[in-house]
Design a protein around this ligand. Sequence first.
Ligand SMILES: Nc1ncnc2c1ncn2[C@@H]1O[C@H](COP(=O)(O)OP(=O)(O)OP(=O)(O)O)[C@@H](O)[C@H]1O
Length: 596
Amino acid sequence: MRWARPALPRVVLGGSATLVASLIALAVPQVLRSVVNGPLLTDGSRTAVVQAALLVLVLGVLEAVLVWCRRALIATPGTGVERTMRTDLFRHLLDLPVAFHDRRGGGQLLQRSMGDLHTVRRWMVFGLVQLVVAATTVLVGAGLMLATSPPLGLVYLVGAVPVIWLGFRFRQDYKVVARRARDQAGDLATRVEESVHGIRVLKAFGRGDDALEEFVRQADELRGTELDKARAQSRMSFALAWIPETTLAVALGLGVWLAATDRVSVGALVAFFATATVMTRPVESLGHLMAMTLDARAGTDRFLDVIDTVPALADPAEPVALPAAPAGGTRVELRDVRFAHTPGSAEVLRGVDLVLEPGETMALVGLTGSGKTTLLQLVPRLYDVTGGAVLVDGVDVRDVTRHDLRGAVAVAFEDPILFSASVRDNVLMGVPTERLAEMTEQEVDDVVRIALDVASAGFVHRLPQGVDTVVGEEGMSLSGGQRQRVALARAIAGRPRVLVLDDPLSALDVATEADVTEGLRRVLAGTTTLVVAHRTSTVALADRVAVLEDGRITGVGRHADLLASHPHYRYVLTAEGDEAARPLPGDLDVAAEVGR
Ligand SMILES: Nc1ncnc2c1ncn2[C@@H]1O[C@H](COP(=O)(O)OP(=O)(O)OP(=O)(O)O)[C@@H](O)[C@H]1O
């Protein structure tokens, strides 16, 4: 795995240190054997006993030093691997298309980047090395026992057969519950995230108890799975404790008989059981270490599920550069555009043909759910068309890099999302980083000031720290209309070639709306703009209006002309509100005609 590779040298070194430490532990019984068989049972030489004791002491100190080395060597790369995996996952999440995030719960992704990777790190730092060392210790120990006394060693090996079989079954069962537990933990995190996000709705509708009930149900489910895990693990640990112990009891009876009949030396018998004692801990830890490994595997699988998802909206292999911005403005064309949110589902857009001439402001009007937002999102390529093409200055948006495209096209959504940063930083998100890097402090200040002015966001200067006020998570410390204006300022701050606005004035009162409209008119001159409009006042920003009906554009023209000639347009604007069909200044005559 590429994430583990940089850490491998230190992990191998740390593993080797632990291995040597375990082998040292296994060597102690052999020293014991030589003491028992030598000085203890024969000449009783004190020097030999002292030498042996000193040797055991040195071996003990060496073992302790090596255990310390393991910790020092492995802790750092373990955290490094976790950090790199987490960063790569986050980078990938940013790279994945909006359609991916439409399908995945936020909590699941949170759980993947935090809980799952934490499990992987713990396994790398502790589980992996311990597992290798325990397995090696058991193998070497079994070999030593076999060499010390073949009949006793064989008894021990016979006992290993059911343990191996149980281990195999444990692996099969635990793998499934480990994955289920991680998925359920992700679902639970999604529930928390969704409830916190929608706390106002829950409180306003008194639905807190229902949310709690659902949370408890999911938490119980997770607890059930955790208990299944614990049960499987304790079954395995139980087997790993009683089978070797029973085997040793049999071996003890046999060993005493063999020693009594001089078929095995007392020293060998002592060494055999001392080795078995050294092996007790590694053998018993195998259950826990296997469980840890399978947990880490479930975490890794969930990590790879996301990281292996190829971004459907990747940059083209040979990107085309957008032509330099033409003096008169940028031309945007939607050519026979088709779009379905998921493969096989009904098409939301069914052959949209629309041209925005350079510098033109086009309003997009249609019934709720007719696909206006969807259409808008195809221009900055938040989704890819499923048929036809979107062209910016004659270039298919799929042929340019996303970086170039997003430098040229700016968006303001109806539901404006701000980040927990200052107003100033939120606005500056709309300016490409390279351009920001070339600006002086004064120029940056001017960009922020002008953008906020155009969006009539003067309220910002009355905030406690002015433009440096941090707006809280998702900008929740601001009102809806205030957030909408900051988001609008962000969209226009970068002076984009194309501006895509999704009903950007919907949360504003009439007076503020008039101010913003006035400011926008100035800015929009020369910027090709597509703006979703539900109200006549937003339509007032536009040079022409396009009517989206049943997935197609059924009319394009001036507001007054459409009001006169297009029944669906008239119906949409009238249906959206009493004041909606209010004619624009200068349209009074036509409106009067229609009204008659
Ligand atoms: N992420 C999504 N996944 C699946 N279907 C979606 C998704 N987003 C929107 N839709 C569907 O696509 C259709 C068009 O939705 P869209 O948001 O584009 O409409 P709209 O015209 O902007 O509506 P409104 O005026 O209410 O904002 C709707 O039927 C909606 O259910």
